[in-house]
Ligand binder design. Sequence first.
Ligand SMILES: [Zn+2]
Length: 239
Amino acid sequence: MREQLELLWELQKIDLELKGIKEEKDRYPKEMKKLEEKQKIEKERIQKEKEKIESLEKTRRQKEGQLNSEQEKIKRAEGRMFEVKTNKEYQALLSEIDAMKAASSRMEEEILQVMDEIEELKKDLLKREKEVKVTLEKIEGERKKLQEKMGHDENIWSKQIERREVLSKQIESKLFKLYNTLKEKRQGVGVVSVKHETCQGCFVNVPPQMFIEVQKNNALIRCPNCNRILYWEADRNKK
Ligand SMILES: [Zn+2]
């Protein structure tokens, strides 16, 4: 029986490890997706800022075009100054030119403002790009780490599945069945150790006489409270 219990104990440890890996495996794709989502958001943020700058550059070019044609108009009007015959015409042309000059200086002002804005945004973008680069590198690092861990888990998984196969053949079928039934009913734990006279599955005290028996590890003893198979982990209790 002792050997059987030891095999069962090993099986229990493997099953718990596999359960843990299974949970991790379920988590990986979600984790990966989250990281990819983060990368996307960072890239989009940069893209939006670039687009804003582009649209301001366009505005600037438009305004410059308008300014040029306004200045052409002023030149033409000034050329006409020598052709006017009356003082009235002269005054009218003069005030027309003044109005055009005022409009053109407003345009110049606007262009300068746009240019300032562009410059400011470009500075921000440069800063942001540096930050994003660092963030993206960090995310990439996390992705690599996750991938490595996945590979590592995959190795352990197949190794332990193999060992489980061997154990399940070595354990008496009746005991193996009992273990599986208990495991299903009791959150994946069919065999538990006893520590300080307490079942480590349900943390209820086991009777003193039973505790003595459990420590011998040579009989199938089950916790009176949770029904799990009790095991005495000698090495661990020595420490
Ligand atoms: Zn118990």
